[in-house]
Design a protein around this ligand. Sequence first.
Ligand code: FES
Length: 112
Amino acid sequence: MATIEFLLNGTPTRCHVPPDTSILTLLRDYLGMTGTKEGCASGDCGACTVAIKSDTAPHFVSLNACITPAHQLHGQHLLTVEAWPLTKNFTRHSVPWWSAMAASAASARPAS
Ligand code: FES
């Protein structure tokens, strides 16, 4: 098991997960956050898009949660679609992909 500490939509979060756990599995199966959807599960469709940012990075960057190992979140700030109400605190420049992420999540087929 790996211990991961990160900010999840601004909230300090600590998880213990197997080393091969993806961010998508972490969110949906370990944290019960089902807003991030699974589509292709191979990094091609963008339905699982989330964003991360380190303390030193100027901007959030988007990534596919289905193919990104959860351990890469350690020490990072993760934004998911559930953070929509928080976006008024971000500038357009800091989260330029936000509309695309929200649209992908809305159009993805629901996963159970
Ligand atoms: S589910 Fe399609 S890119 Fe992740």
